[in-house]
Design a protein around this ligand. Sequence first.
Ligand code: ATP
Length: 431
Amino acid sequence: MEKTNKDLFEKIVTISQSRGFVFNASSIYGGLRSSYDYGPLGVSLKNNLAASWWRDINNDDVLSIYPVDTAIIQSSEVWKASGHLAEFSDPMVDHKPTGERFRADQVPDDIKKEDLTEPRHFNLMFETNIGPVKNENSAVYLRPETAQGIFVNFENVLRTMRAKLPFGIANIGKSFRNEITPGQFIFRTREFEQMEIEFFCKEEDQEHWFNFWINKRLDWYKSLGISEDKLRIRPHEEDELAHYASKTSDIEFMYPWGWGELEGIANRGTFDLTSHERESGKDLTYFDPETNKKINPVVIEPAGGLTRTLFAILCSNYDEDTVNDSTRTLFRFNFDIAPIQIAILPLSKKDNLINISKEIKNNLQKSFRTEIDLTQSIGKRYRRQDEIGTPYCITVDFETADDKSVTIRNRDTMDQERVEINKLHHYFENI
Ligand code: ATP
């Protein structure tokens, strides 16, 4: 990491903890390495990102996308069929002098090759047991991806929704991987959230949908305010492809330490449905009414990380500028995803100002995320709201009772304008 970006990384980690985005898990016991808890603002940001993802994929005339929310613990047969029991492993090396273990492709530069063992495979799935007796039949696994929950429900969704190709099934939720080298804050953790779509299409349309999804997903990241020069598409080399993929391109983001994966878009072909068909003995084909033939749909998978996206958003939306000779720190979150969209700041704690503030909040909170902020001077309150990325502050002042108006202050431009209270809703609906 070059100096400035190392600074950025440290600032993000510090603000996350001090302002309530992300905390170290079990922090009162000294923390658990690479486990994190999301605080009030982090939960809001995460929920808003998930909602934005869903709105984006569900808001297009040409797309039919069905949601599912599948169990973390599935039958072990699922992981046998998907190849995760046999294949989901990383080559690992041990550092002989210290016993430390690293992913073979992630050994720190200062370690000498001759001090390392030969690479060995290490399965990344967390194993646990179901029921009171622990034996070889009771072993189950925490899901390492949300995708398989989709494939095993393919027929359920097809039948109950009378789905027609092309269509997608989307799943969002926790996944677990016993990563050997987790780190860089919430970039790589053992427990994380994914947002995955399996998009089923006809073989002849696979190229079209592969490119369509790359562009659509890239546009979504840009719509969150990530600048174009911090995003790139990187097609996988032949030897990096996962066992199920014939083609993959990653959407990469410029993290404080360099380029890294944000989302992978893979052509999984017919691998998953045919594997589950073979293992389960169930018919997982699609009856094509145009040709009267059963076919195996091809699958294009945009697989993103919700918690990783949250980290990318913190990095790319963080900013500093100078106001009245002092540094102002802020997150330039879009209105759509900001944890608090509108803060209401009564100029004093006098009853009438507080009552007007509460009325404004009651009116706005049906449509927007709002809070009343009472503590400290108005200047400090503006700074706090800037620091948590609130796009607008409404100041309720001593004239408000007479002119039935308030001052709206814009986070980015710091411009202020006077607006009538009964026009506030309309104002924010139209920004
Ligand atoms: P990486 O190469 O970074 O380990 P991957 O290629 O194994 O990632 P996928 O299996 O394609 O990841 O998972 C899809 C997405 O899930 C990733 O693009 C990433 O956003 C997210 N993800 C995967 N592993 C983790 C993790 N350990 N912590 C946080 N997010 C993760």
